[in-house]
Design a protein around this ligand. Sequence first.
Ligand SMILES: [Zn+2]
Length: 110
Amino acid sequence: MLTADQLIDLEELIVAELERVRSESDSSEKEREAISPDVSIGRLSRLDSMQMQEVAKEANRRREERVVRLEVALDQLDEGIYGRCEICGKDIDFERLRITPEASRCSQCA
Ligand SMILES: [Zn+2]
């Protein structure tokens, strides 16, 4: 079982991480807007920028997934069911949660 202190610790971690991930996606959103489609660029650099947009889109998708997982973790904290492995039902190690607070599986089941 996680202690109350550990839970508070992890909640702070999740909130901070959520803020960080959200601010990251805000700034990448602005970067994308900065690339104007009207700018005439060569075929190669157009391809380059398309690939970069794909990479940015993928990074964004991962960030959004992470936000959802972190929000789920917060909900679980509220409900008092946080830190339990979704596979075997055992408690996830505090050390593991400190590194990946949105982890939903223990190290054995991951
Ligand atoms: Zn497990």
